[in-house]
Design a binder for this molecule. Structure first.
Ligand code: HEC
Length: 127
């Protein structure tokens, strides 16, 4: 959150401290049980379970959450995954879009500058 806005004008904006503060407790309650309190996911998350489902992936730089645009991620969290055998619950009946956006802002604190910049690009391209 120390990036200078004077440098280029094309990088991601600083994360919103208010949104992060709102998102953290929501993440801890709704998401941490599967994705880990620090977003590190389940060990061996790339290997399917015996029933064809997948363990919860990490949300930090080692995962691929940052490969998706903001719109895709908010939609996935609200509606669940489009993977038929997913264990990822849909949260649209429990969380407002604003709450989901706050959780996403908190998740972004786990990304390094490169992941943040890449995900910002993907989000901008889609806008
Ligand atoms: C019951 C366990 C569980 C809970 C609780 C849960 N998830 Fe998930 N989540 C999963 C699983 C399993 C996947 C793997 C994808 C699949 O199976 O479709 C996943 C996938 C995801 C993805 C896609 C990641 C990627 O790399 O594409 C996002 C984003 C996500 N979860 C966010 C959340 C958020 C935010 C919360 C809390 C509001 C949450 N999840 C709560 C189990 C869970």
């Amino acid at each position: 959150m120390t990036g200078s806005s004077l440098s280029s004008g094309t990088g991601p904006p600083p994360l919103d401290a208010g949104l992060i503060a709102a998102g953290q407790p929501l993440y801890d309650v709704h998401c941490a049980s599967c994705h880990g309190i620090d977003g590190t996911g389940a060990e061996g998350w790339k290997t399917p379970n015996a029933d064809g489902t997948y363990p919860p992936p990490p949300h930090d730089s080692t995962g691929h959450t940052w490969h998706h645009s903001d719109r895709q991620l908010v939609g996935l969290i609200a509606n669940g995954s489009d993977f038929a055998q997913s264990r990822m619950p849909a949260f649209g009946d429990r969380l407002s879009t604003g709450e989901i956006e706050a959780i996403l802002e908190y998740i972004k604190t786990w990304w390094g500058p490169e992941e943040r910049a890449a995900q910002w690009e993907i989000t901008q391209q889609e806008a």
